[in-house]
Design a protein around this ligand. Structure first.
Ligand code: RB5
Length: 147
């Protein structure tokens, strides 16, 4: 499984910790920057990660900023992206099974590395439930064409 990752300065440390763990677990990781804690603006990094999913270069993306919020706002501008800022386990489980989220956004100023890793594992290992939820995802796809 290929995972795109990206961060700004505020998500950089958490990105590095999660990247190491993903590689150790055997995931292929495509890192779209940033490459240091030097202050940068999150939108271009978030856009690169989200575009990698739509271009099928990656199966999903994990984006890191201070809160996860700015990254999610940016990623959701890309048609076909369902990006969620998730800083708890209940939300990440439900957003995978109900919303088939394809981009996870994490807050480096909110989460410690252990909880962040649990959230990532839940994101990667919870299947989409389909059924009535598929109907709703298809509705999103239909409506986003009109936006
Ligand atoms: C950077 O200071 C911060 O605004 C950014 O990382 C992010 O949290 C925005 O949503």
């Amino acid at each position: 499984m290929k995972i795109a990752i990206a961060s700004d300065h505020a998500g950089f440390d958490l990105k590095v910790e999660i990247k190491e763990k993903l590689i150790k677990e055997g995931y292929e990781v495509l890192d779209f920057g940033a490459d240091s804690e030097k202050r940068v603006d999150y939108p271009e990094f978030g856009l690169a990660g989200a575009k990698a999913v739509i271009a099928k270069k990656a199966d999903c993306a994990i984006l890191f900023c201070g809160t996860g919020l700015g990254m999610a706002i940016m990623a959701n501008k890309v048609k076909g992206i369902r990006a969620v800022p998730c800083n708890d386990l209940f939300s990440v489980k439900l957003t995978r099974s109900h919303n088939n989220a394809n981009v996870l956004c994490l807050g480096g100023r909110i989460l410690g590395p252990d909880l962040a890793w649990e959230i990532v594992l839940t994101f990667l290992n919870t299947p989409f439930a389909g059924g009535r939820h598929l109907r709703r995802i298809n509705e999103i796809k239909r409506l986003e064409k009109t936006c």
